[in-house]
Design a protein around this ligand. Structure first.
Ligand code: ADP
Ligand code: MG
Length: 404
């Protein structure tokens, strides 16, 4: 055979610093966000005159530049004013009043506070003291704030507001970032009015804006003329379709460049973008499957197994039978049919199954399901779960077709 390594030989034609396209890299130029940056700078600039800035709420869908723009502006503020500390809190991880105080306290002083175990008033006092001792302004960024509020209502905001007012010398203000515009509607009116916030809105990008963003991001990554104009346009169009999401567009471009480098190609064209999209979607599918609870995984596996015998859509009862067999084999106790019916509907909501409700006249309603696509791939991802790995080598038990 031809040497399979031959096509990897020779110098790489594309040189690229792909770390500049990673999610957490903060660029230093933000096309089409001049207005939002100006608004934020204007509000925060009161720090330069020694007074506490208003709280800010940043609204906008995912991928509209909220996190990176806020990080960029606050970084410049820290450079301009030596007495400012910016505490970035990702509320996906820090989602209670306690954990937010810990994040702030641990930022204010090197001595670590335990993540658990102190009474809340003790940690509150400690945080307050640490901030006072430092004599600095604190800007607390609550990113993904909607999660925090969903989890702990207004309690965490209440604690922050209390910090803001409890001592004259303490200067704390907050920048809350959220993609849910209704997030503040459900919290206590008193908390809401005391927040006294200014809002900054990040609208979705259109295709031409995303095109400018990609071009500006690529400047530092690659030499000129490596990426076709048509490839940039395609990326931008996909991002714009997806609620004006610059993140997806940049991710696609990064994956496309990775593919070109790996395959030793010297240009990025539309076809690399299409390949990248394919890979991106596989990753999303895989992530969706990996994070399912175990019984939903077993159920999805049962649906696949059932459909292998019954190529069209399969009814809930059949899936349930196979689900019970698989549970038996694994030594798990099966959930009730009722619960399973809920889980199946949930899988359909996630887009992993297609649900079809049909009215059968005097026989009542039947609900059937089919596998969306790529059953083999879904199965492969499911079997990545250790609990199910025995099916990699052995056959999955299934029952023959139902007689109807
Ligand atoms: P959000 O927090 O709104 O979901 P991000 O700030 O994380 O969005 O932005 C998503 C990605 O797109 C990040 O990699 C970010 O650097 C990039 N990005 C967004 N807007 C711009 C812009 N105007 N210029 C350059 N890069 C941008
Ligand atoms: Mg964000």
């Amino acid at each position: 055979m031809d040497n399979p390594f031959a096509r990897f030989a020779g110098t790489r034609t594309i040189q690229a610093d792909l770390s500049l396209l990673e999610e957490n890299y903060v660029p230093d130029s933000f096309p089409h966000r001049e207005t939002q940056i100006n608004e934020m700078v204007t509000i925060l600039s009161s720090i330069m005159r020694g007074s506490r800035p208003s709280n800010i709420i940043v609204y906008g869908k995912t991928g509209t530049g909220k996190t990176s723009t806020t990080k960029y502006v606050t970084k410049m503020l820290m450079e301009a004013a030596s007495n400012v500390s910016v505490v970035y809190v990702n509320c996906e991880i820090y989602d209670s009043p306690y954990s937010i105080l810990v994040a702030i306290a641990n930022y204010a002083s090197a001595e670590k506070i335990p993540e658990l175990g102190w009474p809340i008033d003790r940690i509150y006092r400690e945080t307050l003291e640490r901030i006072e001792r430092s004599g600095r302004f604190f800007i607390v960024i609550l990113d993904e704030m909607d999660r925090l509020i969903r989890k702990s209502g207004g309690d965490s905001l209440y604690v922050l507001l209390k910090l803001m007012t409890d001592a004259d010398s303490v200067k704390v203000s907050m920048i809350g970032i959220t993609n849910d515009t209704t997030v503040l509607e459900n919290i206590d009116a008193r908390i809401k009015s005391r927040l006294n916030q200014e809002s900054i809105v990040f609208p979705p990008y259109n295709a031409s804006e995303i095109r400018d963003i990609i071009s500006s991001r690529l400047e530092k990554v690659l030499g000129p003329n490596v990426v076709d104009e048509t490839a940039i346009n395609l990326c931008a169009a996909i991002g714009a379709q997806e609620h004006g999401d610059a993140r997806k567009a940049i991710d696609l471009m990064r994956i496309a460049i990775e593919i070109a480098i790996r395959e030793n190609r010297n240009r990025i064209t539309e076809s690399e973008i299409y390949e990248a999209r394919e890979r991106y979607e596989m990753n999303v599918l895989r992530e969706a499957i990996n994070t399912l609870p175990l019984h939903s995984k077993i159920l999805l596996l049962s649906a696949i197994v059932t459909q292998e015998i019954e190529p069209n859509s399969v009814i809930t009862g059949e899936i349930y039978e196979n689900y019970r067999r698989i549970c038996d084999d694994l030594g798990f106790s099966a959930l009730s049919p009722r619960r399973i019916s809920d889980l199946l509907t949930e899988l359909a909501d996630y887009g992993l199954l297609v649900m079809d409700d049909r009215n059968m006249g005097k026989y009542g309603r039947t609900r059937s399901f089919s596998i969306v696509r790529q059953a083999e791939i879904i199965k492969k991802y499911l079997l990545e779960d250790e609990n199910l790995s025995m099916f990699k080598s052995s056959k999955i038990p299934k029952q023959a077709r139902f007689e109807t």
